[in-house]
Design a protein around this ligand. Structure first.
Ligand SMILES: N[C@@H](CCC(=O)N[C@@H](CS)C(=O)NCC(=O)O)C(=O)O
Length: 261
């Protein structure tokens, strides 16, 4: 089996992680995204979407990280990772959709800013990441795994971008259950074969993204401060008006800005 990948790609990591958990041998073929190798005819014949990862299993070509998870679980008949009963299969599919939706537009997009220099709005994508993390934290209240009593491809699909969320300035420290979930996956036999991605992230880019975020935070603070000063001056001249102008909305926006810091 050959896996076309990029070392910084979380989607590629998702596929690599699962192959290594299965303990199957595979060959890694790096695709040079920087030089545009993924948009050249040779690669487009494997994946017309021009994206990594792509799996080539002796001529059976599978692109899309989640499709690769399904293919591998079926090929090696690993019902522990992808159970056949309709209810569990549907629950797993639901999380694969979350991986392709909320994860891609939240923590993955936040990381794209710092790692690949993408032009997303940091507040938007970091905010979306926290919405997802809060849902995960709630889901894990009475569960060790996303579906059922043991690890499945749903857990694998969520792992890479959630574990690497701090690279996109998404703070994981407030999510005890999510952290415990990540440690459970990391304790699975086979995982050590997938090296962490963090060491590959250029430090200068991380620093630049962090100071941009700090600037955004200070801008927001001074906007909130100006509004407070304005409201205070209105209160001094007209106390009744001032009370009406101290709505919950103001407190919410101040808290919102703080929660991204
Ligand atoms: N839905 C795809 C998304 C894959 C994806 O976005 N890959 C990125 C690297 S993480 C890529 O190849 N980007 C290049 C591009 O879209 O031009 C999957 O799950 O594999």
């Amino acid at each position: 089996m050959k896996l076309y990948y990029h070392p910084l790609s979380g989607h590629s990591h998702r596929a690599r992680l699962f192959i290594s958990l299965l303990g199957e041998p595979f060959e890694l073929i790096a695709v040079d995204l920087k030089s545009g190798a993924h948009k050249k005819p040779e690669f487009l014949s494997l994946n017309p979407f021009g994206q990594v990862p792509v799996l080539d299993d002796d001529g059976i070509v599978v692109s899309d990280s989640n499709a690769i998870l399904v293919y591998l679980a079926k090929k090696f008949d690993r019902k522990d990772w992808l159970p056949g009963d309709p209810r569990a299969a549907a629950q797993i599919q639901r999380w694969l959709s979350v991986a392709a939706g909320e994860v891609a537009f939240g923590p993955a997009a936040a990381r794209l800013i710092t790692v690949f220099g993408a032009k997303h709005n940091p507040e938007d994508v970091i905010g979306r990441a926290h919405v997802l993390l809060r849902r995960l934290e709630t889901h894990l209240t009475d569960a060790d795994w996303l579906v059922g009593e043991g690890p499945t491809i749903a857990d694998v699909a969520l792992y890479s971008y959630v574990a690497r969320a701090p690279e996109g300035n998404v703070d994981l420290s407030g999510y005890a259950r999510v952290n415990a979930f990540l440690r459970r996956i990391e304790a699975l036999p086979g995982l050590s074969a997938s090296p962490p991605l963090r060491k590959d992230v250029p430090r200068a880019r991380l620093r630049r993204a962090r100071s941009q975020r700090r600037r955004n935070w200070h801008d927001e603070r001074s906007r909130v401060g100006e509004k407070a000063r304005y409201l205070a001056s209105r209160r001094n001249s007209d106390p009744g008006q001032g009370r009406r102008c101290r709505p919950d909305g103001d407190r919410r926006s101040a808290r919102g800005a703080g929660s991204y810091a």
